[in-house]
Write a protein that binds this ligand. Sequence first.
Ligand code: SF4
Length: 408
Amino acid sequence: MSDTQAPFLTIIPADGDAVASGAASAQAGAVPLTNIFDFDRARLERFFEEELGEKKFRAHQVMKWIHHRYVTDFAEMTDLGKALRSKLEARAVVHAPQVIFEKKSNDDTQKWLLGMDAKNAIETVYIPDKGRGTLCVSSQVGCALNCSFCSTGAQGFNRNLSTAEIIGQVWVAARALGNVPHQQRRLTNVVMMGMGEPLANFDNVVRAMSIMRDDLGYGLANKRVTLSTAGMVPQIDRLAQESDVSLAVSLHAPFDELRTQLMPINKKYPLAELMDACVRYALRKKGESVTFEYTLMKGVNDQPEHARALVALMKDFDRRVQMKDAAKINLIPFNPFPGTQFRRPDDVTIRSFQKLLNNAGMIAPVRRTRGDDIDAACGQLKGQVADRTRRSATIRKRQESQGGVRAG
Ligand code: SF4
């Protein structure tokens, strides 16, 4: 199978409207155009050499036009010869996700709703802070992992995003922010923490993260790109082999029974296996830490016994990695969303939980809620998901039959 027919590509029919990924979905008779956004440097070089009969450095020029200057029209890429520009126009396109709307919060957090196809849209959020700007990027339309406290999980799952649709989120935000890689950086960090489980869409996510870290892409240092997983153990090991980014793990409970209730994936990969994989990931490189995300939910996982068990788990991780503070904890007060049974603990409970961790010598910042007024806070991302799993409909039905939402 040639690159232009490979199933991971977003195929754009000649009229320019995006359709679902896969050669089979190209309109009958239309010439499928390759979306250049689907290519990292290695694949774009191959495309130029093998498909266009051009030199590698031409691929580098095109990457700079797209990711540094935000130019998507080949005709404007003036350092390419006319013949090459015509060749590119006949074979390829640079197609970014469509911006449906853009909202800015009172605290300068920004959110984009991006159309991925006729029925699905995802949300991308930019969070500026002192000296840094973090973009939270989605990897799937919906999520199949079904975590009980998650608004994305409640919507069910439709499909993986292509590389183009993942890096396209970075491109849309970077362009809107006036980001100039290597010069005027507004975008300093990317976290793969939006909709979806990134390791369930491994190849496309790894390829997009390679563009984020490439000097011809967004030039972000490895440690400034973070992948957050619910705990897909074999894929954590694969990530250690194939990419070099920071790892964050959604932990949310220090006991297997509770974690399985909150995150069904824990049944398949229980805590002991997950922590083993995290240790292997940290040990692949000297001085590497792993971040553990812990969402505090009222009366569920916010009690002193949870804090003590969490300390034991983290201390054991530090001991095995042989590094103090190898385990970093982020405490995230739960952000309620319509229909959820979970509640946010009060401030006193949050502070006591944090104090217990601090007294055990652990740094455990409480993440500030950002973008609340535009529903861009952590765990509130929704988008629009044409749910092929029918999970959202099942949840709605259950709530109706229970006569509304159970209070936490
Ligand atoms: S918390 Fe993450 S893995 Fe779990 S359902 Fe939500 S998006 Fe999926």
